[in-house]
Design a protein around this ligand. Structure first.
Ligand code: FMN
Length: 239
């Protein structure tokens, strides 16, 4: 009798452990699977009024940033952060740094001066309710005088307003005029929107905010045209 109870207990433990391992494997798979979006091909010949700068670890913000750049015919800059590799070690670094509100982390990107643009869109995933550390690092390294800034986030379920307000203060300290915070909630990991749904939601968002964008884009350029080394977007193949 006692042996049979022990067996049942072991079986229950085994099932729980199996479920936990399955969930962990599923999370890791989701974390390292990104949705391909075609590289942004700049069609414009003259200097852009809009700069899109983004960090994306697993590709979702990247897809959205490319759509935003297409919408504005913008210059597009990708921030690389070697510490946050697309594996378990990178995920752990990401979670640890986000938990400690890290804002200084090694980042690489083509040289850029945001002050030459009328509108700068800063894109990033949300990590522990705030933009990911590489975007903070980018803002801390640059001045934005004369430019209006829009923050753009993708995330699963939620961010915190006070964390976003802290980010906004940093952007303003760096000389920018704050314009807006746009975001797409992709849904919890077990039930997420498809890339097509995310991109269609994003299009609607951009169209809705078009009057505010137009008002900014009709103002004179804050400084002489930026040098367009900004167009160099790293190839997606190197992820
Ligand atoms: C370390 C870490 C922390 C995260 N924290 C949050 C969070 O606080 N809130 C949320 O809704 N999603 C959170 N996410 C999910 C990401 O924001 C979401 O998957 C995002 O779309 C990923 O963008 P990317 O593919 O461009 O890297 C987190 C993801 C990671 C890796």
């Amino acid at each position: 009798m006692r042996t049979s109870r022990k067996k049942k207990l072991w079986l229950a433990l085994f099932i729980v452990a199996l479920g936990g391992a399955g969930w962990f494997a599923f999370m890791l798979h989701k974390d390292t699977t990104y949705v391909h979006s075609p590289p942004y091909d700049q069609s414009r010949g003259e200097p852009a009024d809009v700069l899109v700068v983004y960090y994306s670890r697993s590709g979702n913000t990247e897809g959205a940033a490319r759509e935003i750049a297409r919408f504005f015919d913008a210059d597009l800059i990708r921030i690389e952060a070697p510490r946050y590799t697309r594996d378990f070690v990178g995920w752990r670094h990401a979670a640890d740094d986000a938990r400690q509100d890290v804002t200084k982390v090694e980042i690489n990107h083509p040289p850029i001066d945001p002050r030459g643009y009328k509108l700068v869109v800063l894109g990033s995933p949300v990590w522990l309710f705030r933009p990911a550390p590489p975007l903070w690092a980018f803002v801390e390294k640059h001045r934005f005088d004369g430019a209006h800034v829009v923050l753009f986030n993708t995330f699963n379920s939620r961010f915190k307003d006070d964390e976003m307000a802290t980010f906004r203060r940093l952007v303003e300290e760096r000389g920018a005029s704050w314009l807006d915070h746009l975001y797409v909630r992709r849904g919890r990991i077990s039930w997420q929107k498809s890339p097509a749904e995310v991109h269609s939601e994003l299009q609607q968002l951009l169209i809705q905010h078009q009057p505010a964008f137009q008002a900014v884009l009709q103002t004179p350029r804050p400084r002489p045209s930026p040098s367009v080394s900004a167009t160099a977007e790293a190839e997606p193949g190197d992820r």
